[in-house]
Design a protein around this ligand. Structure first.
Ligand code: FDA
Length: 297
C-alpha cells in the first residue's frame, strides 16, 4: 500500500527517507563515503545518479562528471570502480554518440587500471545495452555488464556473453516491466526468481567468468555459499555486491567471513528515480513514511 502511494508522497519526504541510500549531492560526499567503506574493508562502485537524458548535451555533462569521478578516484587512491547507466549517456537519443561517450569513459578508466560496470535498465534498453557492451568489450577489457534474473532472455544472453574473461553482475531486476518479458507470470514470485538467479550464478562459475552477486536476500546468499563450498569455487572469481544503506549487518557478516564485498554508492542531485525504487523495496517502508512524516519540518 505504502509503495503504491509513492507518487503521492511529497518529494521532501522521499528525499528524507532515501538519505540512507545515497552518499550525498556532491562528489566530495561520495569520496568521503567511499573512504569510510574502504577503511572498513569494502570495495565500492560509484554511480552518478541520473537516468534517461533527452539531449546529448545532458549526456556529455554526465560523461564529464564521470571523468571527474575517475580523476578523484586516482587523486584519493580509492578502491572503487564505477557503474554507468547508458540511458544517462544518451542511449535513447543517439546510440553511436552514447557509444563514443562510453568508450571515452572506459579509456580514462583504463589509464588508471580502473573498471566500469554497465547497469542494466528497463526492457526498452536491454538489447541496446547488450549490443553496446559487446561492441565496446572487444576493445576495452575493463567493462562488465549487469544481467537480470527476472528476464526470460537472460538465459540466451548469458549463452552469448559468458567467457572466462567476462565480468558480469547478476541481480534480480528492479524495473516495472511488461509481464511478457519476465521469467515468471507472477514477477513478484521471489522463490521462482531465486531459482533463475542461482542458475545464472552457477553458469557464470562454470564459464569461469568473474561474477558480482548483487543481492541482499539471505536465502539466496545461503544457497550461493553452499554452491561455492560444494564446487570449490575460488573466492577470487566472485564478490558479493550490495546497495548503500541496505542490509548493512549482512554485508559485515560476509566481509567477516573473508568474502569480497562491494558496495554500490550513488550520489548526485538526480535522486528521485533511484530513491523511489529503493523505497518500494524496503519492507518497512510504511513505518519509515509515518516516522518521516512525524519528523518532517
Ligand atoms: P529482495 O528484493 O528479495 O530483498 C531481499 C531482502 O533485502 C528484503 O527482504 C529486505 O530485507 C532487504 N532489502 C532489499 N531492498 C531493500 C531496501 N531498499 N531497503 C531495505 N531493505 C531492503 N537492478 C537492475 O535492474 N539493474 C541493475 O543494474 C542493478 N544493479 C544492482 C547493483 C547492486 C550492487 C545491487 C545490490 C542491486 C542492483 N539492482 C539492479 C537491484 C536488484 O535488481 C534488486 O532490485 C535489489 O537488489 C533487491 O533485490 P534483492 O536481491 O536484494 O532481493
Amino acid at each position: 500500500m505504502a509503495a503504491l502511494a509513492i507518487p503521492f508522497i511529497p518529494r521532501a519526504l522521499i528525499q528524507k527517507i532515501s538519505r540512507r541510500y545515497i552518499a550525498g549531492d556532491s562528489l566530495a560526499d561520495a569520496i568521503a563515503r567511499v573512504q569510510t567503506l574502504n577503511a572498513c574493508g569494502f570495495s565500492t562502485t560509484l554511480d552518478v545518479l541520473g537516468e534517461t537524458v533527452l539531449s546529448m548535451s545532458e549526456a556529455e555533462a554526465m560523461a564529464g562528471e564521470y571523468t571527474k569521478v575517475l580523476e578523484a578516484i586516482r587523486a584519493h587512491g580509492l578502491n572503487t570502480e564505477i557503474s554507468i547507466k547508458p540511458s544517462a549517456l544518451g542511449l535513447l537519443v543517439d546510440e553511436a554518440e552514447c557509444e563514443r561517450l562510453v568508450r571515452q569513459i572506459l579509456k580514462v578508466a583504463a589509464a588508471d587500471g580502473n573498471f566500469a560496470c554497465i547497469d542494466m535498465e528497463d526492457v526498452s534498453c536491454t538489447q541496446k545495452e547488450i549490443d553496446l557492451f559487446m561492441r565496446v568489450e572487444r576493445e576495452h577489457g575493463n567493462v562488465g555488464l549487469a544481467l537480470q534474473a527476472y528476464l526470460k532472455r537472460t538465459y540466451a544472453d548469458t549463452d552469448r556473453l559468458l567467457r572466462k574473461t567476462s565480468t558480469v553482475r547478476i541481480c534480480k531486476g528492479i524495473y516495472v516491466e511488461d509481464r511478457s518479458h519476465l521469467v515468471e507470470r507472477a514477477s513478484k514470485d521471489r522463490a521462482a526468481i531465486n531459482v533463475h538467479f542461482m542458475e545464472h550464478v552457477s553458469r557464470c562459475f562454470k564459464a569461469g567468468a568473474f561474477v558480482g552477486i548483487a543481492t541482499h536476500d539471505t536465502a539466496l546468499i545461503d544457497e550461493i555459499l553452499a554452491l561455492v563450498r560444494r564446487e570449490g569455487v575460488d573466492r577470487a572469481k566472485f564478490e558479493f555486491q550490495m546497495l548503500l544503506g541496505v542490509c548493512e549487518p549482512l554485508r559485515d557478516t560476509l566481509l567477516g567471513m573473508g568474502f569480497n564485498v562491494r558496495v554500490y554508492v550513488p550520489y548526485g542531485k538526480d535522486w528521485y528515480g533511484y530513491s523511489t525504487r529503493r523505497i518500494k523495496e524496503n519492507p518497512s517502508i510504511a513505518g519509515h513514511v509515518i516516522k518521516a512524516m512525524l519528523n518532517l519540518g
